[in-house]
Write a protein that binds this ligand. Sequence first.
Ligand code: GLP
Length: 261
Amino acid sequence: MEVIIKPSAESAVKLTAELIGDAVRMRPESVLGLATGRTMESLYAELSRMCREEKLDFSLTRTFNLDEYIGLSGDNINSYRYYMNYHLFNNINIDKRNTHLPDGMADDVIAEAARYEDEIEFAGGIDIQLLGIGSDGHIGFNEPLSSLSSRTRAKSLTPETYEQNSPLFDNPDEMPKRAFTMGVGTILDARRIIMLVTGAGKADILSKAVEGPLTAMITGSAIQLHPNAVVVCDEAAATKLVGRKYYDFVFQNEPEWEPYR
Ligand code: GLP
């Protein structure tokens, strides 16, 4: 794993967008695993700008989102399908038929989860999986005690996640208590992982996920198992990282990062 600490949230977002943009330029039919949440809004604004102003071409790109609330249809303003259309898909030249999220309205949740896994496999797997981290350490909606080898399935959300996300609903009581999420095992199958974390509120959980023990209590710690994972964060989120001197040294010296310094 590598950790890149940028001075501001804006520069962390910019670097993440450049990494994704370069991957799409190199392989236009890339399969991107996408995330939602407040952190990603400025990233999607930047990718939209790159498409508009720099002609970053998403016409062949395929996407799979991490998760979706159970019980919300895609036209519900709080669904992740709506979020993705609003923040990204409507603003770039992607073919919406190539964009995938679990169907929050599926009657048979077990069949829907299996269908989603099959679709990812049929697409050849995920090239780059973008991740944020929840305040309880979740990736996707893999709440504490999620198996580190779990696959896509329905999960009950924790009270902490409820507290974190319900203010985003006009009526907080309308937030579903369950969601579909890719499993930790599904996420770890991606060929590359980029985790974007910004803001002082994430400093504690970020240090636990990156430098703490591997534990199902903090599913974000599972990225320690991945052979090609990079965490991009801002100064505010990095304050509790004890190894930061070394992380900066790697970023300054590894040839891979030269184009991004
Ligand atoms: C939700 C999503 C996660 C995301 C998290 C962080 O819970 N399921 O994938 O990482 O939000 O959200 P925020 O960026 O708003 O802190």
